[in-house]
Design a protein around this ligand. Sequence first.
Ligand SMILES: [Zn+2]
Length: 249
Amino acid sequence: MPPISSDALVLRTNKLGETSKVVVLLTRERGKVRAVAKGARGSRHRYHSALEPLSEVRVGLYGRHGADLYRLGQCELIRSAYVYGGRDLETALTFSYYAELLDAFSPEGEADEKAYRLAVAVLQSVEQGASSMVMARYLEAWLLRLHGLYPPLDRCVSCGSKMGEGGREYQRSARGFVCGRCGVASGLSLSAESRRFLDQVFREPPSALRSASVPAEIEPFHQELIARHLERDLRSYRVLRDALRTATS
Ligand SMILES: [Zn+2]
């Protein structure tokens, strides 16, 4: 049987036996899949740096459609994450966070062209000099939106009336932004600056935000939406926060 050929992002790898790895890939054609990479470990391993998390690769996968575990055949490096993800500790840790976030939001075996294109565009923007932190907020916003989890910014979730300029009041119980008439101060507030940032995120490609600065309140807001959906914290996010706190203290 000919292999399934697909572009893919490496999300993570786990050791398997003495010489092999199980690779978790976000593929364009088949969504998230697992594949055994035989001979991927050791000093003369077959795949070199192609299996670094967030490297973009072109793979050949053997196995029937919908298999739990494929076998990795050819694996050609398209873009190495190491080149730009290895620039500094903050970027490296942020990349681990991107990978875990993409992993957590990708159901196995369901192709999602939009999520794949989003991830690649975010990585390209970082490669071209965008702040990895701004791109983290971009990736979070869009993954949440693609899963129907981002509350609409333009209408009151309670009465449906259109909301104009200015900031937004988030109501946890309603899981959305509420207008002045419906608003009860029960949750988070986002400033007008934050709303403008988010408007830009949802209107522009990531490359357009290369020199944008991100209001600090966006991060805890996104983390609340993510934790509510996943019902857990992401380990790489904790590591990243701890490292940044240590660096600035
Ligand atoms: Zn309202």
